[in-house]
Design a protein. Structure first.
Length: 111
């Protein structure tokens, strides 16, 4: 097995591994060389097809293993929730209309 895969780094795997029993190159058992969910969605948007069709085509053409969809980052969802609460209270970021016609080089909003 590739040392990067053994250490859960998965950065330079590319699907290549090392079989220690036979001392020969072998395919790596990890799925780090598979398509991620956002890559499948991007492929679907570019081709103008559904996500399921894009996933089927990608796995048929590239012979890639099935992987789980990526989970949303906790911090991003926490930040979005906080911004929604602030906006509901009327304390969120200024609307885009409030900055129309002003110079973008001002350092402070009060100027």
């Amino acid at each position: 097995m590739n040392p990067d895969c053994r250490d859960v780094k998965h950065r330079s795997c590319a699907g290549d591994g090392w079989d220690e029993a036979t001392d020969a190159a072998a395919p790596c058992p990890c799925t780090c060389h598979g398509l991620t969910e956002w890559q499948v969605e991007y492929f679907a948007r570019v081709m103008g097809i559904t996500t399921e069709e894009a996933r089927a085509i990608a796995h048929k053409i590239l012979n890639l293993p099935e992987i789980e969809p990526a989970k949303p980052a906790f911090l991003l969802t926490k930040r979005r929730t906080a911004l929604k609460v602030k906006t509901a209270r009327g304390k969120g970021p200024p609307s885009s209309e409030s900055w129309r016609g002003r110079a973008r080089t001002t350092k402070f909003r009060s100027q």
